[in-house]
Design a protein around this ligand. Structure first.
Ligand code: PLP
Ligand code: COI
Length: 355
């Protein structure tokens, strides 16, 4: 790969003070690289943050050939900046690329580009509690024309957003509605890929849930509408009768990096974790008879998000009296301690960027 060139901004922006929103403020620089069929990826560069110009017939506007990733840089108590399992994000990005016929990238090069960009904008990494620098790599087709086919030109870009918690509730339990009308993804579709279409498909149900006072939607499988899948921006876990259950990966949900880290941590601590099919009837039955002890979501943006209320049709169940459960709290503490470089990292997940 070519060397990454750097053009520094001539107009540094003012850095935010106080509470940070999620994903609304962006740093001074971004990473950009292009792809052309026959030539490969070229011209990797860090440039001042700014808009792309786009032709109205740009294919991504019409057919949605795009994918993205999400990871974070954390400022540890000794001032170091650290990433959490960044190679996992770029390995997953390649799986999304493959699904959407987008050319693959070199994982090590992407991690290196991320480190260089974060290091350049390191003064933007917040040090306030529960805040971090959200990193958004994405790729979009850059051909012009209305024919439906895989593009020959692409842009890969990484932008950085100093951010606070994704949910305004923070660690307070969220209310989730199980969706029985719309479906988000089916096996053989794009559910396992991180692509805009999956999120677009989720918006209508999300709006309906908000109107009814719920934060997000919990999806059922798209064929039988029977099995629990995932929430809009996180994977889900349930503690039923002492055992931790999470939906098995079958191609219709995201292979979450927080999910796999939670499974590894929980097993390391001696919990039994089952990755299996979990029907909504089993779940709501457990909620009704009191064997559903805890429920929580996991995600980069959401971290560990306890679920306090689950609604399915007319059935509304409170979980653990609407309080954060013991396992959710332990996972939140254990995971964030590793992410922020505050605790020993027995798995080698946390990667140093710079001091
Ligand atoms: N599921 C969906 C649909 C998501 O958007 C996310 C967020 O990235 C997750 C799950 C959690 O994945 P990760 O833990 O890799 O952030
Ligand atoms: C993430 O957790 O990184 C996500 O991408 C979730 C979301 C903001 C779509």
């Amino acid at each position: 790969m070519e060397k990454i060139t750097v053009e520094l901004t001539k107009n540094p922006k003012q850095k935010p003070v106080g509470d940070l929103p999620f994903g609304k403020i962006f740093t001074d620089h971004m990473f950009v690289m292009e792809y052309e069929a026959g030539k490969g990826w070229f011209n990797p560069r860090i440039v001042p943050y700014g808009p792309f110009s786009m032709d109205p017939a740009g294919v991504v506007l019409h057919y949605g050939q795009e994918i993205f990733e999400g990871l974070k840089a954390y400022r540890s108590p000794n001032g170091e900046i650290r990433l959490f399992r960044p190679e996992q994000n770029y390995m997953r990005m390649n799986k999304s690329c493959e699904r959407l016929s987008i050319p693959l990238l070199d994982v090590d090069f992407c991690v290196e580009a991320t480190k260089q960009l974060v290091e350049l904008d390191k003064d933007w990494v917040p040090s306030t509690p529960d805040s971090s620098l959200y990193i958004r790599p994405f790729i979009f087709a850059n051909d012009v024309g209305l024919g439906v086919h895989a593009a020959k030109n692409y842009i890969f870009c990484i932008i950085l957003a100093p951010s606070g918690p994704y949910y305004p509730e923070g660690l307070d339990p969220v209310k989730i509605m199980i969706e029985d009308e719309d479906v988000r993804a089916v096996r053989g579709g794009m559910g396992y890929a991180k692509t805009g279409g999956n999120y677009a498909a989720s918006l209508r149900a999300g709006e309906r849930a908000l109107e009814k006072g719920y934060s997000q939607v919990l999806w059922l499988d798209g064929v039988e509408r029977k099995y629990i899948e995932e929430v809009g921006a996180m994977n889900v876990f349930f503690k039923i009768n002492g055992v931790i259950v999470t939906p098995v990966l079958q191609g219709s949900i995201l292979d979450g990096i927080t999910r796999k880290s939670c499974i590894q941590l929980l097993r390391h601590w001696g919990y039994t974790v089952e990755e299996r099919l979990l029907s909504v009837d089993e779940l709501m039955g457990a909620a009704a008879d009191g064997t559903l002890e805890e429920a929580f979501g996991s995600g980069t943006a959401a971290v560990i998000s306890p679920i306090g209320v689950l609604a399915y049709g007319d059935q509304v169940c409170q979980i653990n009296n609407g309080d954060i459960g013991e396992v959710s709290q332990k996972l939140y503490d254990g995971l964030t301690a590793i992410q922020w470089g505050k605790a020993e990292d027995p798995f080698g997940w946390s990667v140093k960027v710079c001091d």
